[in-house]
Design a protein around this ligand. Sequence first.
Ligand SMILES: Nc1nc2c(ncn2[C@@H]2O[C@H](COP(=O)(O)OP(=O)(O)OP(=O)(O)O)[C@@H](O)[C@H]2O)c(=O)[nH]1
Ligand SMILES: [Mg+2]
Length: 335
Amino acid sequence: MTFSKMPNPPIEVTLVFGLLGSGKTSLILHLLSQKPISERWALLINDFGVLGIDARTLQQNDTPLFEVQGGCICCSAQRPLAQTLQTISQDPSIERLIIEPSGLAHPAQIIDTLKKTITDRPFKLTSSICLIDLQRFSPEIYKKSALLRDFIQLADLVLLTRRDKITANLLDSTQHFLQSNVLGKPHIQIASFGQIDLSVLTLKATRPAFLFLQATGLSQQPGLVEDFSSGLPKTLQSQVMQGTTHAVSWIWQPELLFKRPQLKAFFADPPAGLIRAKGLLRTGNEWQLINWVNGELSFDDQAWRQDNRLEMLFDQPVDIKKLEQKLESVIHDRP
Ligand SMILES: Nc1nc2c(ncn2[C@@H]2O[C@H](COP(=O)(O)OP(=O)(O)OP(=O)(O)O)[C@@H](O)[C@H]2O)c(=O)[nH]1
Ligand SMILES: [Mg+2]
């Protein structure tokens, strides 16, 4: 990749979007692992909840990371997004920006903000990547979901994820469906754990200029963050963000331990309405990133050691007392 030697070169932007848990952070981690040493990138992360778990996961020494919190950057956090873009544009060393919006964000509004915000240096969208979880895609879902159809329309690349989880037949039929039903035939790649190469950062649009669609039927309202008093031991912070999607978040002291078997049991019988969970938890001498998506729980080692934090997203109001009673069995005061 070569960057322009113009006095005020644009910052090249890659927008990585997709529904909750579709693999955005995993893809960005893989892209970062291939970053040429000579290039300077920045990351802009907009996690739905308030704990910034994605940002903690993606934090690397040589890549500045900007977080926009307080809702979705496509709606309630549009102004913080514009302000952050201005801050990024003032760093002359940054050549590329990768944006991960929350899984609830509509990319059209983000593209609009990128275009209309006046910044010291311009931003140029060089690729937009839409991740689709093969396990959660079907022609019926596509037909029902205006959001999913918008996602696919807006993407330069549709990246089908969780290849490892589905059969070759299902993969074939999904690809065939997308090629036959999406206007302009999307450019499709397939991956497990976001393992694709850096050429995706500079994709040229494969289709003529798209129409920005209005975000309709989004299950997202401006986030309202409220504190709640937690009954769990040594809780440092407990917050709930309310909209149509309810995000419940806790931070606990680092001494607490979360035993794996109990965590597995908790998520084997998940609380009603749970759609996504992630956390950075001490599970022994190590800290682990835990992810619950599609009914499956996974653990990955993390260097994180500052505290325990857990976030759960629900598609219905939550009885926090009941939820905490259930969670109590998972928390151990001492190793
Ligand atoms: N089996 C399998 N798991 C995957 C794949 N891609 C991601 N995952 C796992 O799915 C979980 C969620 O992945 P993330 O990369 O955090 O997804 P995300 O889209 O960033 O999630 P949100 O930011 O919460 O919307 C993690 O446990 C990943 O390890 C894949 O291709 N195959
Ligand atoms: Mg993520």
